[in-house]
Design a binder for this molecule. Structure first.
Ligand SMILES: [Zn+2]
Length: 280
């Protein structure tokens, strides 16, 4: 958490207000938040946001004349956009409340022109910030292809000869980037595949898996992602897709397809939810 749909929701809502804004000041409270090899946040001062994107489960900000920053939200991270002047026109959904700047979980603050401030808030600090001069982030983060970009054949190759359970392989960001525990479970239900099946036995159904992943992810994005505990959109509101999960978090409840109780098993240390009747 947050996974692809949550990060996609965040970057979509930050894109318009951030594009063209210049970083005036930047402060980071805990150096431990930097991923190894990252430049420091003051390096971004004077640079202008030129794109706001998603890469895997990370937010990616590109800057003019050069530079890029990746923000990984870990378990509990939030990117919040704050306006210091009520006059600044933000999309209606953005709040311009005072905000508590003494908050001990407020770790990074970017002061931007026009009275805007981008804040990174993270109680558990499992996230990271990575700033580089180049734009070649995907390689630096060892990220596999995005579910919306990858081809069936590429996923098939990545699963071939793999002994590991398909659930674990879908969580491996080098195989495919963007899925976490929620959407891997939902994808495998949509594809009607048992999460414990070895990767090599699923390789021939790579097209089904990718199709299922895209369908689930698109629906989740349309609902603004899933809020279980901490995830919030940059305007402070919650996502709505948690009400539409078919299997995730529904242990013992009836399958939406056949009525059998949803089962929970642990696969490589991660809880996995599935319907033992529909997913064979
Ligand atoms: Zn079922």
């Amino acid at each position: 958490m947050p996974e692809l749909p949550e990060v996609e929701t965040i970057v979509r809502s930050l894109r318009k207000p951030l594009l063209g804004r210049c970083v005036l000041r930047a402060r980071l409270r805990h150096a431990a938040l930097y991923r190894r090899g990252s430049l420091r946040v003051p390096w971004l001062v004077g640079r202008v946001f030129s794109s706001v994107e998603r890469i895997g489960k990370n937010a990616l900000f590109n800057f003019q004349p050069a530079g890029a920053m990746t923000v990984n939200l870990g378990m509990t991270g939030r990117l919040i956009l704050h306006s210091r002047h009520r006059r600044v026109s933000l999309p209606k959904t953005f709040r311009s409340e005072a905000g508590d700047t003494d908050d001990k979980h407020l770790h990074v603050r970017f002061h931007l022109d026009g009275g805007l401030e981008l804040r990174y808030h993270d109680p558990r600090r499992f996230g990271f910030i990575y700033i580089t001069e180049s734009h070649d982030i995907r390689k630096n983060l060892a990220l596999g292809p995005d579910p919306f970009d990858t081809r069936d054949r590429d996923l098939e190759r990545a699963l071939e000869r793999r002994e590991a359970a398909i659930k674990s392989l879908l969580l491996d960001q080098r195989v495919i980037s963007g899925l976490g525990n929620i959407y891997a479970d939902e994808t495998l239900f949509e594809a009607r595949i048992d999460p414990r099946t070895p990767g090599r036995d699923v390789a021939g159904n790579a097209a089904t898996v990718l199709g299922a992943a895209r369908k689930v992810l698109r629906r989740a994005i349309a609902h603004g992602g899933s809020t279980l505990r901490d995830y919030r959109k940059p305007d402070g509101t919650t996502g709505g897709f948690q009400q539409h999960h078919a299997v995730y978090g529904r242990e013992g409840e009836p399958c939406i397809e056949c009525g059998s109780p949803i089962k929970k098993v642990v696969i490589s240390g991660r809880s996995s939810h599935f319907c033992p009747v529909c997913q064979r």
